[in-house]
Write a new protein. Structure first.
Length: 382
């Protein structure tokens, strides 16, 4: 108990200095102090008796409470740190699990970008990541298909250019050689001159035919057919008459299997004539003297078939898919002998394509080959 700041009574022996300090701080009503290795809670209350100010300071030993608090605080801190580490580990595991599909997608994308076009993402579940994986696989399929097509196109063009250069080199060499002989040789007999000039003319015609077919082949890739209503029977008869001298010169027979009534289709007249001419020309080259080439028009209820057949040696089954490739020649020696360059069937295939149809081959070794093209019948009356 204090009176005017001076102690007048004490129950125990608490440090008077701490109590005196507490009296002077009117803003405080309590304080925790450390004294003699113990912890105390000091509470002060003020009153006034007979005009004299009195302060009563109560002291409580809270050492055990603080020791329990310190022990609990240490335990809580340890448990908190352990819990934080456990939660952090679980979160890390959860995040890695959630990001695993994304890492897989990233690795797949990186491998595809590096050129491994066969690589595909693993699709699991139905979430957004799975949807991205499906779209990535679709994109990879499209890229692989496009790259494969480009590689095929590049290879095809490489072979095309190589074959073109090869085909042009042979006639150019002949032309240059015989022209050089005529230029250098002082005296050339009339027979030699005619022979040399004939070789030059024939090789020039071969080059002319080659360039013409190449131009047609390139043009058909970008042009559409000008359709009109044409009669296949009339066209076949016209072509048979036109080619009659060729059959006579080659000692090959010609047979037209044509119906008695007109057969109308919607087609480009000049392209169909070119198609028939090339098919018959190939049939003549495949035929030996005395054989027969047949041109048939075979109508049905909804379509008409154009068919050219020969009595040649036939074509091996494994070679048929290659027949429409530019510069492909089944018998190179015989084809070059007749002035061919392996472009006729490629041209025919393009003509069929622009008409929405295709070439159909049927061949038997030792019996001959037939090439057919089907066209829808044109509507209306004949």
């Amino acid at each position: 108990l204090f009176k005017a700041g001076e102690p007048i009574s004490a129950i125990n022996n608490q440090p008077a200095e701490a109590e005196r300090d507490l009296l002077g701080e009117v803003d405080y009503s309590s304080r925790v102090i450390e004294a003699s290795g113990s912890t105390y809670l000091l509470l002060v209350s003020s009153t006034e008796l007979n005009g004299e100010p009195y302060q009563l300071v109560s002291s409580y030993d809270i050492t055990s409470t603080y020791q329990l608090f310190a022990a609990d605080f240490t335990l809580v801190r340890i448990v908190g740190i352990a819990s934080a580490l456990l939660v952090a580990g679980l979160l890390l595991l959860l995040v890695r699990t959630l990001l695993k599909p994304l890492r897989s997608l990233s690795n797949t994308t990186r491998q595809i970008a590096s050129g491994d076009l066969d690589k595909r993402a693993t699709v699991t579940g139905n979430d957004e990541v799975s949807e991205v994986a499906v779209n990535l696989n679709t994109m990879a399929d499209s890229i692989e298909h496009n790259v494969t097509e480009l590689e095929k196109l590049a290879e095809s063009r490489r072979v095309f250019i190589g074959n073109l250069a090869h085909e042009m080199r042979t006639p150019l060499t002949s032309i240059l050689g015989f022209a050089d002989i005529l230029r250098i040789k002082r005296e050339v007999s009339e027979a030699d001159r005619i022979e040399y000039a004939g070789v030059i003319v024939n090789e020039t015609k071969r080059l002319q035919g080659l360039s013409s077919k190449l131009m047609e082949l390139l043009a058909f890739g970008s042009l559409e057919a000008s359709l009109e209503r044409i009669d296949l029977v009339e066209l076949a008869n016209e072509l048979g008459i036109t080619l009659q001298p060729v059959f006579i010169r080659q000692q090959i027979g010609f047979d037209g299997l044509l119906p008695n009534q007109p057969v109308y289709i919607n087609a480009d007249r000049e392209l169909i004539k070119s198609l028939l001419y090339n098919l018959i020309d190939n049939a003549i080259k495949a035929s030996a003297p005395g054989a027969t080439v047949t041109l048939a028009v075979i109508p049905s209820e909804t379509s008409a078939r154009l068919q050219v057949a020969d009595e040649g040696t036939g074509i091996p089954a494994d070679q048929i898919p290659l027949l429409t490739e530019p510069f492909y020649m089944l018998d190179k020696a015989r084809t070059r002998k007749h002035g061919g360059a392996g472009l006729g069937l490629a041209l025919c295939a393009e003509i069929a394509r622009v008409h929405g149809t295709e070439l159909l081959f049927d061949s038997e070794m030792g019996r001959g080959t037939s090439v057919s093209v089907d066209f829808p019948l044109a509507g209306g009356d004949g």
